[in-house]
Ligand binder design. Structure first.
Ligand SMILES: Cc1cc2nc3c(=O)[nH]c(=O)nc-3n(C[C@H](O)[C@H](O)[C@H](O)COP(=O)(O)OP(=O)(O)OC[C@H]3O[C@@H](n4cnc5c(N)ncnc54)[C@H](O)[C@@H]3O)c2cc1C
Length: 340
């Protein structure tokens, strides 16, 4: 003991990381009270089955240190957006209830951001609206995200943690804009957005936009043209499980017809079928919304996966047309530096 430079108390993730970092230059001893390491992250093993009794998710894996470390440790990182970030069409909550919840979320975090800017030591729970309808769900999300209840989390500490995650230099930062007429309560209309990166990123090739009403040329000969929809890599989806997600996938599609989709006119969105090609390549899944659809074999992006009908990545899905005058006009304005 006398010869040890540093004693680390606790072999949870923080203690192990600290000990590893220190071990490069110091002698280190880690003391753990339990009979195992890992702390609140513990996978209980029963034969081949692993059950996470603590941490399960790499929250914000796109900006979480562990997202970069995990592949080197032999873990595949599922890059699919988590279920709570994916819009579901007509699910348990109505669109207006969801909008109400998201508005409450925005107000809650705005108050916290304001307080964090002043290094507030108040608890996050103090920023919930008194009697607010969504307080239970907002509090649950705080706990899921931070691993501690809102009445035990100091705003300043939360902000430091968040800023650490956001401070990674290798992520491309940008500002998201949506079509000026987009309405969260009716997300299938004007379902178009862009992200303007803070700094340019050079690519070998870029997508191209279609000319006005480009897709109309396939009216009456819908089955003649193949399209490629790009998703986030989900490979199997059932009502209870999803697998895949770490590799981008392409599904070959065809337009079903120009009759319109679920009350939306054919000039806004078209129904595409996954099952129309001779070589079946699978279809878009929940979570693929927002992915581009190209004329097969080209970089011409004509539509965007808007929402699906079948829960198991088969059958038909709805594609939002980007060859509409308002969309092309807005994208031209964006390119000219006027995203609003
Ligand atoms: C049920 C649950 C689910 C979670 N889910 C997620 C998730 O999905 N994703 C996520 O990112 N995070 C999740 N978390 C949070 C995550 O587990 C923790 O943030 C993380 O494991 C904390 O690591 P740590 O090293 O800071 O602390 P801990 O893991 O708590 O480690 C502290 C260690 O110190 C030891 N110790 C304490 N006092 C002493 C002492 N005096 N002497 C010796 N040893 C001592 C403890 O026994 C423990 O092993 C979850 C937490 C829980 C409880």
């Amino acid at each position: 003991m006398d010869n040890v430079d540093v004693v680390v108390i606790g072999a949870g993730a923080a203690g192990i990381a600290a000990a590893r970092a220190l071990a490069a230059r110091h002698s280190v001893l880690v003391l753990e009270a339990r009979n195992r390491i890992g702390g609140r992250a513990w996978t209980f093993r029963y034969g081949d089955i692993g059950l996470d009794l603590g941490a399960t998710w790499l929250h914000s894996a796109d900006e979480n240190e562990w997202g970069a470390l995990a592949p080197g440790l032999g873990f595949a990182v599922d890059a699919m957006p988590p279920p709570w970030e994916r819009p579901a069409h007509r699910a348990n909550f109505s669109q207006s209830e969801r909008a109400d919840y998201h508005a409450a979320w925005d107000r809650f975090y705005q108050r916290i951001d304001d307080a964090a800017a002043e290094e507030s030591t108040r608890l996050m729970s103090e920023f919930l609206e008194p009697g607010g309808r969504w307080n239970g769900l907002l509090g649950a999300m705080v706990t899921y995200i931070n691993g501690v209840e809102a009445d035990q989390l100091v705003v300043r500490e939360y902000a430091h943690y968040r800023d650490t995650l956001n401070g990674r230099p290798e992520w491309h930062r940008g500002t998201a804009y949506h079509h000026p007429d987009f309405d969260n309560d009716d997300f299938a209309s004007f379902d178009l957005g862009v992200v303007i990166l803070d700094r340019p990123v050079q690519l070998a090739t870029y997508g191209r936009l279609p000319t006005l009403r480009y897709l109309d040329r396939f009216k009456g000969k819908e089955k003649a043209q193949l399209f490629e929809s790009v998703g986030y890599g989900v490979e199997t989806s059932t009502p209870k499980t999803e697998t895949g997600g770490d590799t981008r996938r392409i599904s070959i599609q065809k337009i079903v017809n120009f009759n319109g989709v679920h009350g939306m006119g054919p000039n806004i969105a078209l129904l595409f079928s996954h099952n129309n090609s001779s070589k079946h390549t699978g279809g878009t899944c929940y979570g693929d919304s927002g992915g581009p659809t190209f004329v097969a074999g080209t970089n011409l992006m004509v539509a965007i996966t808007s929402w699906g009908i079948q829960p198991n990545c088969t059958g038909n899905d709805v594609q939002y047309r980007v060859d509409q005058s308002d969309d092309l006009g807005w994208l031209a304005a964006v390119a000219a530096g006027h995203p609003r």
